[in-house]
Design a protein around this ligand. Structure first.
Ligand SMILES: Nc1ncnc2c1ncn2[C@@H]1O[C@H](COP(=O)(O)OP(=O)(O)OP(=O)(O)O)[C@@H](O)[C@H]1O
Ligand SMILES: [Mg+2]
Length: 290
């Protein structure tokens, strides 16, 4: 072995040793990981995320996965001749649209993620909020009372099935469709589902994997990335946030208020972003603190 490779080996070992206190403190704890549709678009990223989740699970962390599918749903809607429209970051979901949302989220993205996690060695189980009445929601209007169609706001999370799966070492993978009062499906923003699931399970950590480095004070100015922000500072910012960041920030605040220890917003397109965040001293993305 040359001295260079000895040094490299030493640094690899150092990385593993660095992970030890994190493994110790997260073992047996629950972590909810929300994977955004944009972070899943490239199969390579999706597979790396699956590997990271497998590693987290195999060292004893109880991981629950929630996924979105914004770009994929928009693409399928456009292909079907429906124009994607958003109000306050929420997708207007007509009767025609909800059927597409279900096909894409439950039929395609959920199954793909379950398969990838299976490929990484986990026993993953695909679910939507409709299974066992896992997530119940009320119809939600827009910020100014707009009719958004079949859009839901989470009312209740029944953790019984999730607990049973986690206790038997299965990894639940949840598509963000909820059961409405009328027994029909409602489209719920996946960030809100992840936040509500994290609160209901008493999760230690909630991670949003998205397609930006984190939260920017000024979207478009890469230098304005916020590495750490207090809950109250974020609350003051929420109203000014646009597009997908608004529901993300709102759910992050709800999660912290509901007892989740920490919320992270990370770039899911960065190789092994999850491992870096969970198991190293590296500070990446945005951390929202109490
Ligand atoms: N201040 C901000 N900082 C960072 N991103 C912002 C900000 N304001 C708006 N955004 C937008 O939020 C987007 C991320 O939310 P988006 O809903 O598009 O993705 P996601 O939630 O990860 O995926 P999905 O909606 O499929 O679950 C970014 O791509 C960015 O354009
Ligand atoms: Mg989103």
């Amino acid at each position: 072995m040359t001295s260079t490779s000895a040094a490299q080996a030493g640094s690899k070992a150092q990385t593993l040793v660095e992970a030890l206190p994190y493994i110790r403190s997260y073992r047996g704890r629950t972590v909810v990981i929300k994977i955004g549709g944009a972070a899943l678009e490239d199969p390579k990223h999706a597979s790396l995320v699956a590997e990271d989740i497998a590693l987290m699970t195999l060292v004893g962390i109880q991981v629950v996965v929630v996924h979105g599918g914004g770009p994929q749903v928009s693409q399928a809607m456009t292909a079907a001749g429906l124009e994607p429209t958003f109000v306050g970051g929420l997708r207007v979901t007509t009767e025609d649209a909800i059927s597409i949302v279900r096909q894409v989220l439950v039929g395609t993205i959920n199954q793909d993620m379950v398969a990838r996690l299976g490929g990484a060695g986990l026993a993953a189980v695909g679910l939507s909020g409709i299974d066992s009445g896992l997530i119940r929601a009320d119809v939600q209007s827009g910020p100014n009372g707009e009719d958004l169609g079949r859009v839901g706001k989470v009312k209740d999370v029944d953790t019984a099935l999730l607990r049973a799966l986690l206790d038997d070492s299965y990894t639940p993978v949840i598509a963000s469709i909820a059961l409405g009062e009328d027994g029909g499906p409602l489209n719920v923003n996946a960030d809100a589902v992840a936040g509500a699931v994290a609160v209901a399970l008493g999760a230690t950590k909630l991670v949003y994997l998205t397609n930006v480095e984190g939260l920017y004070t000024d979207l478009g100015d890469a230098g304005s990335l916020v590495s750490e922000i207090k809950k109250d500072e974020l609350a003051a910012m929420v109203g000014s946030l646009s597009e997908g960041m608004r529901p993300k920030a709102g759910s992050a605040l709800d999660a912290l208020a509901g007892g989740v220890g920490k919320v992270h917003i990370l770039d899911g397109r960065v190789d092994h972003a999850l491992l870096l965040e969970v198991f190293t001293d590296e500070g990446i993305g945005t951390q929202v603190l109490l």
